[in-house]
Design a protein around this ligand. Structure first.
Ligand code: MG
Length: 371
């Protein structure tokens, strides 16, 4: 099998709730890139990369497309089912920039699934769980408005809430305390600062909320308080709250160092930050071997990125897949048919071959084509 054409599209993903705010950032829509790879056997694969704006990670939407234009011509003629070979070629063509490679890698997994008539979760190790636990993001706004969202999300079936903080520490304490007060016993409150606090601010917040788990019988987690690994490690050593590392978990080396330092209890595994499903699977498998649970997700996306998340999460043992995100649920635009179904705070994919999604071409804007 050979790649004969690579088509690149962009899609605007506007937020259903009007905006999405975290730390000190706020956006009304996200620019996503969809890649469709065609083969000489008539099988096509789709992948997606959405970096969540230009200032979240060292990645940006135009960069995805510029990077793909750099590598795509040399991929024509390669066998897309030879995933490690494809990744080796990508690394030889472009050093770093894992987010550029993610949608291409994802599309190749889709092709491998269709070629073998197997769902991607089978190729990633097998269906370890029938449904994948989700969290719901509580976007950053004023504390009372955030707390008011909880009953609505709970009525949709969610029990895990990722509460966006990382702005003003005193307001953030109020956000966390008000939401904690309206939680039901056993629910998960994940206070995610997305790198927004300085170290001293994170220490103040951690101290101010340490009584909440006992007071409200909830499970309270503290996620990526500060920008650097070193700052996060210092905060980690000053709090007993379960600790999640996200933005600084950007490589295998970073994971190994953090595990050695006992710097976290969980990590966020984001597919495009690692460079695609091939590398994300390596990290996932290592985390399972190390006994380290994960939030299996991506930085953002529509139906295609969510399908990739779902396949990776389905093939992760339940006790290691702490929670995931169904990003297509947050957008007003649908870019593919066959998305994972979402019900009562869980998602699941159909048992179709590949990723199970078919891009809706009319919803996409064509950018470039390589053949
Ligand atoms: Mg996070």
């Amino acid at each position: 099998m050979k790649i004969i054409r690579i088509s690149v599209f962009r899609a605007d993903l506007p937020m259903k709730e009007g905006f999405y705010s975290w730390s000190t950032q706020s956006h009304t829509a996200f620019d996503s890139t969809v890649v469709i790879i065609e083969t000489d056997e008539g099988i096509c694969g789709a992948g997606e990369c959405c970096p969540l704006g230009p200032t979240y990670l060292p990645a940006y939407a135009e960069g995805v497309r510029t990077g793909i234009a750099k590598v795509a011509p040399a991929l024509i003629g390669l066998d897309p089912t030879q995933l490690d070979c494809v990744n080796h070629t990508l690394d030889a063509l472009l050093k770093g920039h894992p987010y550029v490679k993610s949608a291409i890698d994802m599309a190749c997994w889709d092709i491998l699934g269709k070629k073998t008539d197997l769902p991607v979760y089978t190729l990633l190790g097998g269906k370890q769980q029938d449904k994948v636990k989700l969290y719901k993001v509580v976007t950053r706004t004023d504390p009372d408005a955030m707390a008011a969202r909880i009953p609505e999300y709970r009525a949709q079936g969610y029990r895990n809430f990722q509460v966006k903080v990382g702005e003003n520490p005193l307001t953030d304490i109020s956000r966390i305390r008000k939401i904690a007060a309206c939680m039901e016993p056993g629910e998960v409150l994940n206070a995610d600062a997305n790198t927004g606090w300085k170290q001293h601010q994170a220490l103040v917040v951690a101290d101010a909320i340490k009584d909440l788990p006992r007071e409200h019988e909830l499970l309270l987690y503290f996620e990526q308080p500060c920008l650097t690994y070193e700052e996060c490690l210092t905060v980690r050593r000053h709090t007993d709250l379960p600790f999640v590392l996200d933005e600084c978990m950007d490589s295998l080396a970073a994971l190994l160092r953090a595990h050695h330092d006992n710097a976290m209890d969980l990590i966020n595994l984001k597919i495009n930050r690692m460079g695609g499903l091939t590398r994300a699977r390596q990290i996932r498998d290592l985390c399972v071997s190390l006994g380290l649970p994960m939030n299996v997700e991506d930085s953002w996306g529509g139906e295609i990125a969510t399908a990739a998340i779902a396949h990776l999460a389905h093939s992760t043992p339940t006790e290691f897949q702490f929670q995931s995100s169904a990003f297509h649920e947050y957008s007003t635009v649908c870019i593919a048919d066959g998305a994972p179904s979402v019900k009562n705070g869980y998602m699941s994919v159909a048992d179709t071959a590949g990723l199970g999604v078919t891009p809706i071409i009319e919803s996409l804007t064509s950018v470039s084509e390589f053949n």
